[in-house]
Design a binder for this molecule. Structure first.
Ligand code: GAL
Length: 507
């Protein structure tokens, strides 16, 4: 609803600007600031129409109320424009104040909707809006708020798995010199895409003051260092290669999770015969096929050859990559036909409902299942990947122009701390980047991931920023989007090869 509201707002603003009209049309006579108590059935949109002449005035109402709340807590604090309650006290700004606000309002900058407490703001950019992700982030916010109650935390999320939409918004803000205070950044080569030397602050001093070089494993530190500096503080380790399955469905059909691609066919046929969609996926956001295929590559080529794909040691045009594409094509033959309409989490609903049997997705799915109260899921390495851990890590970075630099530095300290990571990871469905978290806080899946992280061959995820520069990772994902539609193995291999040449790794 709010998304629609944002879109409406943008369209209406664009129309008005084109017509050269003032921002708020059909303005009622200028009026003074008012106090209003919400009644059953009110919406901010309707109140905007009533008092400001247009529903598009709702952000002015929200901002004015939140600012008032800081001075006088009898006014409401509106976190989400769609969630307002009867009895809440609102501040309706004067027409002139509303117009002034709407002139600067930008839906990409939610911090404008929130006031500034004595300690200023902390604007946190991420794409964590799904169940599990959102709760994990709130856990870290809670720790921060306990320490810095005077700071207004603004949760500047942009929905879309793997940062599909967030990254574009962030780039615009960085380039415009108007960034959030901190933002989600995958550990690894993704940082190159943000020109860190120009736009980001190196975090070496925070690593030193917080003893972070001792807190994280060596391989992770290596992945985090780019051009001799640390640019992000990691909050977790995620595993890309997990095959999730519905335990009741598997039990009812006498099945065990497939360890290799031949077994996958056997299991998928049995599920199909039982009227269950064997393999569920969503491809709506353009990254999911790239995610699944990195796990198939690792399962088909093995760890060493998989690593070689990103260094030029393994050819993209060889028979084993063709085999991996063949395996993917086989799996797609068992997939839900409407996958292009689904995101990773909406595809997961099939598994919860028991109408789908298996799904390959990262272990944020564990956090998501947990947030949905679903306990009937099992997990296993996807075919061929036993003993391989396809890894990625989320970190938080600091733009050079971060408006609230001190608050950001304190945030990054919370991100790297034991209490921050223990508040975040059990809900997020990831394990700590730190090595000293208490395993007893984590569920059975995450405890198994901790064991595997300690003993498996670790390889880097490309779909989530670790293995390759952003431009190469994007080309790789685009090749797979075409492949899912066409099934053309030769064309996909040619596309991969070209992407590797463009990345200046292949000749
Ligand atoms: C990944 C990210 C995870 C999770 C996932 C789905 O890129 O690292 O933390 O959020 O996207 O959105």
């Amino acid at each position: 609803m709010l998304r629609r509201t944002f879109i409406n707002l943008v369209l209406v603003l664009a129309m008005l600007l084109t017509l050269g009209a003032s921002v708020v049309s059909a303005a009622p006579p200028a009026q003074e600031e008012l106090t209003y108590t919400i009644k059953l059935g009110d919406t901010l949109w309707a109140l905007g129409e009533k008092y400001l002449g247009s529903g598009t005035g709702w952000p002015a109402l929200m901002a004015a109320t939140n600012q008032k709340n800081i001075e006088d807590s009898t006014f409401a604090y509106i976190k989400n424009a769609d969630l307002i309650h009867p009895g809440w006290k609102l501040s309706i700004p004067s027409q002139a104040d509303a117009e002034a606000f709407l002139k600067i309002w930008d839906p990409g900058k939610p911090e404008l909707l929130f006031g500034k407490r004595a300690g200023g703001q902390l604007v946190v950019g991420s794409w964590w809006t799904a169940g599990g992700e959102a709760e994990g982030l709130s856990g870290m916010f809670r720790i921060y708020k306990e320490k810095y109650p005077d700071v207004e935390i603004v949760n500047a999320t942009v929905a879309g798995g793997a940062g599909t939409n967030f990254k574009a918004v962030l780039k615009t803000r960085l380039l415009g010199g108007d960034p959030p205070d901190t933002f989600q950044l995958h550990a690894g080569l993704e940082v190159e895409g943000y020109s860190p030397e120009t736009y980001l602050a190196p975090l070496d001093d925070i690593y030193a003051s917080e003893g972070l070089e001792k807190a994280f494993p060596k391989d992770l530190l290596t992945l985090l260092k780019y051009q001799d500096h640390y640019w992000g503080v990691p909050v977790n380790i995620h595993r890309s290669n997990v095959l999730w399955y519905n335990k009741a469905v598997f039990e009812a059909n006498g099945l065990t999770p497939p360890a290799n691609f031949d077994e996958f066919v056997t299991v998928a046929e049995a599920l199909k015969a039982a009227g269950i969609t064997p393999f569920v996926l969503g491809t709506k956001d353009g990254w999911e096929a790239g995610h699944i295929f990195e796990d198939i590559l690792a399962g088909t080529l093995g760890a060493e050859k998989y690593n070689g794909l990103w260094t030029g040691a393994t050819s993209w045009t060889g028979a084993d990559v063709a085999q991996a594409l063949g395996n993917f094509k086989m799996m797609l033959g068992y997939a839900n036909p409407d996958h292009s309409a689904h995101t990773w989490d909406s595809a997961g609903e099939f598994l919860i409902a028991g109408t789908g049997g298996m799904m390959i997705m990262g272990d944020w799915t564990d956090g998501w299942f947990t947030s949905k109260g679903f306990k009937g899921y099992g997990w296993a390495p996807p075919p061929g990947t036993k003993g391989i851990f396809v890894a990625l890590s989320d970190s938080f970075a600091m733009p050079k122009d971060a408006p609230n630099a001190d608050n950001t530095r304190n945030w990054l300290k919370v991100c790297g701390s034991l209490e921050g990571q223990e508040a975040f990871n059990p809900q997020k469905g990831s394990i700590c980047a730190r090595t000293d978290c208490d395993p007893a806080l984590f569920n059975a899946y995450l405890q198994s991931a901790m064991v595997d992280w300690g003993q498996d061959a670790i390889v880097a995820s490309v779909a989530h920023g670790a293995a390759a520069y952003e431009s190469w990772a994007t080309d790789y994902k685009d090749v797979l989007t075409l492949f899912v539609a066409s099934g053309d193995v030769a064309a996909a291999q040619a596309g991969f090869q070209q992407a590797c040449v463009d990345a200046e790794i292949c000749q």
